[in-house]
Design a protein. Structure first.
Length: 222
């Protein structure tokens, strides 16, 4: 089972730290982006319990990027379907793979529990419920307002898709907050692709068989 394998691997902190080491590791595609470090992973984990809904929401989205192994654009095209004791399950309405210019949907999932036993899937769902006033909402992430204000000054949810540039800006601010307090340079070096590379890199380091590696990072082929 994918979730069980990944959860077991994440408990071994040394493996996550190796994943952050970057260029010296002989791993396919590692030269393109260094996976997020254990420091950043734990930083997002802690901030899942923040008093700020916006901080919790961005942190939960990073959990989906890191362990759902999906592109940011696919997060914006996804809806939550259900969860069980092991994971949260989602449906992306339009994937990357296409046949005759028709793009196909796909299903994907994330582990239910974080390294510190928080529930990122429920954190995300609660943020959506709170921001929408309990109304049904198809988005996992909307934009925040007022426009162009820093993370600490956000006060409302705007029901239009958040752009990747806006997400990157808010993420850089979040990464420089306590407890992780990354430098501006370190924060700028973490991209959504860095998040998406974490789980496949862990699978390489954990010597997962090829069939499981494909299942982990190849949602579009499932």
């Amino acid at each position: 089972m994918r979730l069980q394998d990944l959860a077991a691997l994440l408990k071994h902190q040394q493996v996550v730290e190796q994943a952050a080491a970057g260029p010296q590791l002989l791993i396919r595609e590692i030269k393109q982006a260094t996976p997020v470090s254990i420091r950043a992973v734990l930083h997002f984990d802690v901030l899942l319990g923040s008093d700020s809904m916006y901080v919790r929401w961005i942190s939960a989205m990073w959990w989906l990027l890191m362990f759902g192994v999906v592109r940011f654009v696919h997060l914006q095209r996804s809806t939550f379907t259900h969860m069980d004791e092991d994971g949260g399950f989602f449906f992306c309405h339009m994937g990357k793979r296409s046949v005759r210019r028709q793009r196909f949907p796909f299903r994907w999932c994330v582990p239910r529990r974080s390294l510190t036993n928080k529930d990122p899937v429920e954190v995300l769902n609660q943020c959506v419920r709170d921001a929408s006033g309990g109304r049904s909402c198809s988005r996992l992430l909307c934009d925040f307002g007022p426009p162009r204000v820093p993370l600490s000054k956000l006060s409302s949810a705007v029901w239009s898709p958040m752009s990747i540039s806006r997400f990157a800006s808010l993420s850089r601010q979040l990464l420089q907050m306590p407890p992780g307090q990354l430098s501006a340079v370190q924060a700028a070096g973490i991209s959504t692709y860095s998040g998406r590379r974490l789980s496949p890199t862990l699978a390489d380091l954990g010597q997962f068989p090829d069939t499981k590696r494909l299942k982990l990072g190849g949602w579009l082929n499932e």
